[in-house]
Unconditional design. Structure first.
Length: 239
């Protein structure tokens, strides 16, 4: 039986005692990522499905948001692939902004999109996700699948557990996200697995202008400041 999926594509399977030299590859990716993004100004990470095409609602929305962010002086970071990632990079690129692609080496998405001023390939998801979080002042999350949900919930968990400072997390397209948020509230909150106050970590926005205004305000006002040794987060409604 012919199997095209060779074992060597499974990164964690390679981490054996005999392959500890791969730690140096991990270190190299970290150093290269830190070096590349350290020169980038305030940036916003945009996530969403790789499986939409030009003309689809998600593509149009991501492109518009990225263009508006670039016009307000923000760099745009995406996963560098197709779909929403391409749209995000394209919106920033065509608006003469800084467009960053953190490309993951995958069978489906190995080809980086062409709308990137800065581009870097990653083999390891966990390093790539670290770079997304470390250099972003906000996350913008459009409709997507498992990968998008993974990035969303990892960021929320890191904020919830105070491993990183709180920064704005925006879910774009209420019609897509509301069923999930309803389930969280009616199941997780009711069973005590999530505090109701923790739902405030997620902000739902439909209008691109409102979204960019919120991000710009938060960056200007440094809405994630420390007060008396405790990190406090304020929104425009608190100002």
């Amino acid at each position: 039986m012919n199997n095209n999926n060779s074992d060597n594509q499974f990164v964690l399977e390679e981490m054996t005692v005999k392959d500890t030299w791969r730690i140096f590859r991990i270190m190299a990716e970290l150093v290269e990522g830190f070096d590349m993004l350290s020169k980038v100004g305030p940036a916003v990470s945009i996530f969403g499905t790789a499986r939409c095409k030009e003309g689809d609602k998600e593509y149009i929305l991501a492109k518009e948001i990225a263009a508006k962010l670039a016009q307000h002086g923000f760099a745009v970071i995406t996963g560098g692939g197709p779909g929403v990632m391409e749209a995000g990079n394209r919106g920033a690129f065509e608006a003469n902004g800084l467009s960053v692609g953190l490309n993951i080496i995958l069978p489906r998405e190995s080809q980086a999109n062409k709308y990137q001023n800065i581009s870097q390939d990653f083999r390891y998801f966990f390093i790539r996700k670290l770079i997304f979080i470390k250099y972003a002042v906000a996350f913008v999350i459009l409709p997507g699948g498992f990968g998008t949900l993974d990035e969303l919930f990892e960021a929320v968990t890191l904020i919830q557990t105070k491993k990183i400072k709180r920064f704005p997390l925006f879910l774009v397209d209420s019609s897509f996200w509301q069923p999930m948020l309803t389930w969280v509230k009616e199941t997780l909150v009711k069973r005590g697995f999530v505090e109701e106050s923790e739902l405030d970590l997620l902000q739902v926005v439909d209008n691109p202008d409102e979204l960019v205004s919120k991000i710009s305000w938060c960056e200007k006002e440094k809405c994630y400041n420390f007060q008396n040794g405790i990190m406090e987060f304020k929104s425009q409604n608190d100002a």
